[in-house]
Every structure is written in C-alpha cells, then in structure tokens.
Design a protein around this ligand. Structure first.
Ligand code: SF4
Length: 331
C-alpha cells in the first residue's frame, strides 16, 4: 500500500474543511471497502480524513413520522434498530443479507452508499477497466459476466452496484443529506448513483469534497408490509445475482400502493417504476405480478453468462409480491 497522510476530524466542519484543503483526500469511516481498494492500488488517496469521531451515529424519529439515520450508524445497528425493524422491515432485512456479521459491525451507512462495484475485472490491475482507468476498455465485455448487469448497461461498462441496503433505500424514497464548505444539500437517493454511459468512472452526483451526513426516510405506511429477497450463489457472504425490495398494500383485492426496487441488475439500485405503474389499480393476482415483472424487464439486455438474470428477476419479483400478499399486504 502507498503511504498517505492521516487526519482525524473532530466535527463535521473540520472534516469538510480538511477534505477541501487536501487534494486527493478521501473520507474514511468503517473502511470496509476503502481499505481493500487502497491495498489493491485502485484508490490512492494522498490523505485519509477519519470521520469516525463525528456525532453522526444516531437513528432518530424525524418530524412527520419519518426516520433520520446518521451516516456513521453501523450496518448492524441499523438492521437491529426497532424503528427500522418495525417501520421499514425491508431495510433491516436487506442489511442483514449483506457481507458478514464482522463487516456489518464495522461498515457504516454512509460508506455503504458509496461502496464500489465488485466486478472482478475492476479489482484486477492486469485487466482493462474503464471505471478504474477511463478509456482503457472493459474486459468484462467478452469475459465472464455471470454477476454483471442487464439494465442500464453501456458499451463502456456493465458492472452492478453491490449494495443491498441501497436497494431498500431506493424503494423507500430515501433522501441523502450531504455537507461541504458550501453548506448542506439533500439528494434524493434516486439521483445519487449514476448509470455508466460513456463515463463509468463517475459513479455518483456527489462532489469530491461532499460528506454524507445522514439518510432520511419519509413516513410510509406501506413500508411496514415490506420484504427484501436476495438470490445469490451462497447462503451468506455473497453479492446478489438478483434482489428485490418490495412493499405492498392491497384493498378489496386491488393493489393500492406498491414499491419495487431491484439489486444485482444495474450500476445503481433499480427502481421498478414501470412495474409499479402497472400494478397500482390492478387486481392483486399472480397474473398482474407476472405482467408487471415482464414489463419491467422488457428493456433488459443479456451478456453471454447472465441471460438467466432476466427470468430470475421476474420470478423473484413475483414470488416476493406473492409472499407479501399472503403475509398481510391486504388491508
Ligand atoms: Fe470495469 Fe465496468 Fe468493465 Fe467491470 S464492467 S471491467 S467495472 S468497465
């Protein structure tokens, strides 16, 4: 690992000042992704700004019935918190499917939002990778693509976003609070991550000097009837081949509200707007669920080893909605 300078920030103001004054600096919280990337030489910060002393580790009720989650809340604390377990069960379940218990004890909410793809070619310094080295090519295309994307991919990058937590946050219409020396701003989660296009190395809409300070969840009655289902090659410690975050409300046999987001299929958490549009007002039946899932995946494109994901995503949507219906999605 290259040598680097270390700065410990006592408060948010000092943290954003430090990052602004140190070109090439990076914030470090739990370090569960950044340290790996530094060891591999993919991230090469001149300075790391340690933010673990900042007072951002609380989960609190927000005005209007929502919840505010500090960026330094550990993943294990988020999953176990009563407000999250009862009001947003899909979020608790999503976090618990991610990584290992040891990693969840270290990893933070802010870091989870910014973790980078687990494309194996991205981590392999001998491989061409437009995300790691813009303009160098993409060895995944033409390589082994079982874990790569089927929605929103480009000719320059077909990687997927690795987070489970972010899939649930996308379905819940979360907002991300960020701070810099210029002040505070709020970014809808849907606008935080970017699809690759011609610039896969640009992954978010955050400026390099912006610090994520919190995630805000709006009040949501439907979120209480929600689930996260993850399909993967191993029962634990594996990234999603496909995952589904879903919430469902049904009245008199008709879908009144539904939230759907997919993981493991795109470079960002994929909100299934088309499926939601078809489902609202439709009978809460297997046929409707299938129709909506097929419409959402209609634009999917397969690579040589991941065509199975198109069918798998549809089946996972249908089975998750069926389970929610059976568990009490009917009002
Ligand atoms: Fe790099 Fe993206 Fe290609 Fe993977 S899919 S090698 S991350 S450019």
């Amino acid at each position: 690992m290259r040598s680097f300078s270390y700065v410990s920030a006592p408060d948010v103001a000092a943290a954003v000042r430090a990052i602004g004054s140190e070109p090439g600096a990076k914030f470090i919280g739990g370090g569960t992704n950044l340290v790996d990337l530094m060891r591999e030489g993919i991230e090469r910060p001149e300075t790391v700004v340690d933010i673990t002393a900042l007072p951002l580790a609380e989960i609190e009720e927000a005005a209007g019935g929502g919840v505010r989650i500090g960026a330094l809340v550990r993943n294990s604390g988020l999953a176990a918190h009563p407000l999250i377990r009862t009001r947003y069960p899909m979020l608790s379940q999503a976090v618990l499917t991610g990584a290992s218990a040891q990693l969840r004890n270290m990893a933070t909410v802010g870091g989870n939002l910014l973790q980078r793809t687990r494309c194996v070619y991205f981590y392999d310094g001998a491989a061409a990778c437009n995300k790691r080295e813009p303009g160098s090519g993409c060895d995944a295309i033409g390589g082994f693509t079982r874990n790569h994307g089927i929605l929103g991919v480009s000719d320059d990058c077909v990687a997927t976003h690795p987070s489970d937590m972010c899939v649930a946050l996308a379905a819940l219409d979360a907002t991300v609070e960020v701070q810099s020396v210029r002040g505070v701003r709020r970014v809808p989660l849907a606008d935080l991550h970017l699809l690759p296009g011609r610039t896969p190395h640009i992954e978010t809409t955050l400026a390099a000097d912006e610090l994520i300070t919190a995630v805000e969840l709006p009040a949501s009655a439907v979120a209480a009837t929600s689930r996260y289902r993850k399909v993967r090659d191993r029962a634990s410690y594996a990234f999603a081949l496909v995952s589904v975050a879903a919430a469902l409300n049904v009245r008199d046999g008709v879908v009144t509200e539904v939230r759907l987001a997919l993981g493991g299929v795109a470079a960002k958490p994929w909100r299934a707007h088309e499926a939601e549009r078809i489902l609202v007002g439709a009978p809460a039946t297997e046929d409707s669920f299938r129709r909506a899932a097929a419409a959402e995946l209609a634009a999917a494109t397969a690579l040589p080893h991941n065509a199975f994901k198109i069918e798998l995503a549809q089946r996972t949507i249908v089975s998750t909605l069926r389970q929610l219906l059976a568990e009490g999605g009917a009002a």
